[in-house]
Design a protein around this ligand. Structure first.
Ligand SMILES: C[S@@+](CC[C@H](N)C(=O)[O-])C[C@H]1O[C@@H](n2cnc3c(N)ncnc32)[C@H](O)[C@@H]1O
Length: 244
């Protein structure tokens, strides 16, 4: 099986040669970072429709983590277009982090459409280094469909723990690798080299739950599901929350 995957991956790489060439010339990253927000804004409409139930269920207990003032201070890492804003409770103070500055105009549109939130700032930064955010300064960190793309999951989760106040929580929804015995995992492996280039550094076969289990949270509530999505390759998901 591993040999078949290797051969099919090779075919995928050959078909993706123009992208590899542009990547080699240092142009692909620029094109992808420009293109990706336009794709994501459309993808999110479909994703939120199909995942609305799961998101509502997960985010319904965000407010439980508000500090003594009752106002929830929330940091969203890899915020993209701000597609999660409508799920946040009224009065929630939101700070956003994303390394791609091209999301800014989409993010500001979402902010304008979500007047129930108190927007604080947009930081152009990677989750692995959020030095602009003080230690123990936020009640909640949210991350959806981001652990598949970050360069260093362990470092990002260390940063999440650093910025969370004691007792604060990290909420996540992530697509992950399917069970190794499935055809879906087979195709995830085959398609991954092209997928990674097209979707701005996203891996299909990450077992992100392992990094979450290793991180230094005091409690982890994590569920594996097959998400009700039309894109079969990204159906395997983990979602839940972890408490610092
Ligand atoms: C698939 S999008 C998801 C966006 C949004 N969270 C959502 O659910 O629609 C992945 C996001 O992660 C961001 N990202 C990639 N690498 C990152 C990193 N190292 N730290 C933080 N965000 C990152 C991308 O710029 C992009 O906005």
């Amino acid at each position: 099986m591993a040999f078949t995957v290797f051969i099919l991956q090779l075919a995928v790489r050959i078909l993706s040669l123009p992208m590899y060439l542009l990547n080699f010339l240092g142009l692909w990253g620029w094109i992808c970072k420009k293109w990706f927000p336009y794709f994501l804004v459309r993808f999110c409409v479909m994703y939120n429709k199909q995942m609305a139930g799961k998101k509502q269920e997960l985010f319904s207990n965000l407010q439980d983590f508000a500090g003594p003032s009752g106002k929830l201070s929330l940091l969203e890492v890899g915020c993209g277009t701000g597609t999660n804003f409508k799920f946040y409770p009224p009065g929630c103070r939101v700070t956003c982090v994303d390394p791609n500055p091209n999301f800014e105009k989409f993010l500001f549109k979402s902010i304008a459409e979500n007047r129930h939130l108190q927007f604080e700032r947009f930081l152009v930064a990677a989750g692995e280094n959020m030095h602009q955010v003080a230690d123990s300064s936020v009640d909640v960190v949210v991350c959806t469909l981001v652990l598949c793309s970050v360069e260093n999951q362990e470092q990002m989760l260390r940063e999440v723990c650093r910025v969370l106040r004691p007792g604060g929580a990290f909420f996540f929804i992530e697509h992950v690798a399917d069970k190794h015995s499935t055809w879906n995992y087979f195709w995830q492996q085959v398609v991954e080299p092209a997928w990674y280039l097209v979707f701005d550094g996203c891996y299909l076969t990450r077992e992100s739950w392992k990094a979450l289990e290793r991180a230094s949270f005091s409690k982890l509530k994590l569920q594996h599901i097959q998400a009700p999505l039309s894109w079969v390759l990204v159906r395997p998901h983990v979602y839940g929350y972890a408490v610092k």
